[in-house]
Design a protein around this ligand. Structure first.
Ligand code: GLV
Ligand code: MN
Ligand code: MN
Length: 410
């Protein structure tokens, strides 16, 4: 097959997509259901239509763009990722899997390939947890493993309210895919860590995805005047939160494994005035491990630390567990297809674990799934200086195209 990736076009499309940010450049922030999210969706759907794909959206805004195969009744091969971006992020996380997936399909079209199975590009609604505290709600709903009525933002506004205001209607129960909807799913993504670059490999083939968990922790103390309230009378919610934050770090380190990580990424202090003793604090905590049981042990230690802080400081601590997912194993057949495609193009690869989570974590529950990683500079991600070279992206799109073609002809 004569596959050629149009790297200039792909780079230009990634740049254009980065031009729909909720924040000033060079940072990209794009939160699901914002105006910029709507514009970015329109842009990507337009490109898909231009490529002759059949485009549809479901009731929460997951986008499906299908290149209909020679035998349309067969289960399709899926590929894709997300176009939302966390606050102060870069332009490659997720978008490489979306626009790189589209370019892989276009490269197959240009080569004259006529795949047996349909190949479908998926753009998942909100891989990032920014709006609702939970990552991957689009792919969780597709996989039928999330009750949509439980999803709300930090102010209690529900997913249903947000998505209808954004123009997405239809029953939330209709989002789950029927069994066997995809014969396989492959996601192209930047590694988001340093291992490929350090080892000098242009590609990583993911064999397992680590198990994420997240909590919202609400701490309620006693507010007051920062000058007049005596230290001995205080129940400072921020000081309690600081103890809990350090306990998260300690608990993650206590396993002694590099695969365990714990982060407090959000700390909202109320009322947030320099001369006011903090009355309430909201923390958002992220804990992950490739070993689900060990991750749960870390969560238990954090819960114990919350109880200790409550007892010592007289504050109230309420934990809302948002998610605690199992790790996912990638499918051996899809991994082998990726390896064969990389070899066919003379590109060496390393097999590896994904420490970041991805929509593939949930697609793996309903379809044979694997991921293809490309290196990113210095392993930097979730930062404006995130960067993947045009060559690295083109290598990824090429091997993805080859893989999709081989899976689609089975
Ligand atoms: C995804 O962005 C993650 O946090 O792993
Ligand atoms: Mn991300
Ligand atoms: Mn991502």
């Amino acid at each position: 097959m004569n596959l050629e990736i149009d790297s200039d076009r792909l780079t230009q499309e990634l740049d254009t997509l980065a031009g729909f940010p909720d924040a000033p450049a060079p940072a990209v922030t794009r939160v699901v259901y914002s105006e910029q999210d709507r514009r970015a969706r329109e842009y990507v759907k337009g490109l898909c239509a231009e490529a002759g794909l059949d485009v549809r959206e479901d009731a929460v805004g997951n986008i499906f763009a299908r290149w209909v195969g020679a035998e349309p009744s067969l289960a399709a091969i899926g590929t894709g990722s997300h176009i939302d971006a966390i606050p102060h992020a870069g332009r490659y996380d997720g978008t490489v899997g979306v626009l790189g997936g589209l370019e892989a399909i276009r490269a197959l079209q240009r080569s004259g390939a006529k795949p047996r199975r349909s190949i479908e590009l998926l753009i998942f609604s909100a891989e990032e947890p920014t709006r609702f505290g939970i990552g991957c709600f689009g792919s969780r709903l597709l996989a039928g493993c999330l009750d949509p009525s439980t999803v709300h933002d930090k102010d209690g506004k529900t997913l249903d309210e947000w998505r209808t205001a954004a123009g997405f209607h239809g029953g939330l129960g209709s989002v789950a895919l029927p069994p066997g909807a995809y014969a396989a799913f492959v996601e192209l993504h930047i590694e988001q860590g340093p291992l490929l670059e350090r080892a000098g490999f242009p590609l990583g083939i993911v064999t397992a995805i680590a198990a994420p968990a997240s909590w919202r922790i609400a701490i309620e103390g006693k507010g007051g005047h920062a000058g007049a309230m005596l230290m001995r009378d205080r129940q400072d919610a921020f000081c309690a939160a600081a103890e809990i934050g350090l306990a998260v770090e300690l608990a993650a380190k206590s396993t002694g494994s590099e695969d365990t990580v714990g982060t407090v990424g959000v700390c909202d202090v109320f009322p947030g005035a320099v001369n006011s003793v903090p009355m309430r604090v909201r923390l958002e905590v992220d804990v992950r491990d490739i070993d689900g049981a060990r991750r749960d042990g870390v969560l238990a230690r954090i819960r114990q630390a919350c109880d200790d802080t409550t007892a010592r400081r007289g504050v109230r601590v309420r934990i809302e567990a948002i998610n605690a997912d199992a790790p996912a194993e990638c499918d051996a057949t899809v991994v082998a297809a990726l390896a064969a495609a990389a070899a066919a193009h003379g590109l060496p690869f390393q097999k590896m674990v994904s420490r970041a989570y991805h929509d593939s974590l949930f697609l793996a529950g309903i379809a044979p799934t694997a991921m293809l990683f490309i290196p990113c500079r210095d392993g930097v991600s979730h930062r404006p200086d995130e960067y993947a070279s045009p060559q690295a992206i083109a290598d990824g799109a090429l091997v993805l195209a080859e893989t999709l073609a081989s899976l689609a002809d089975r």
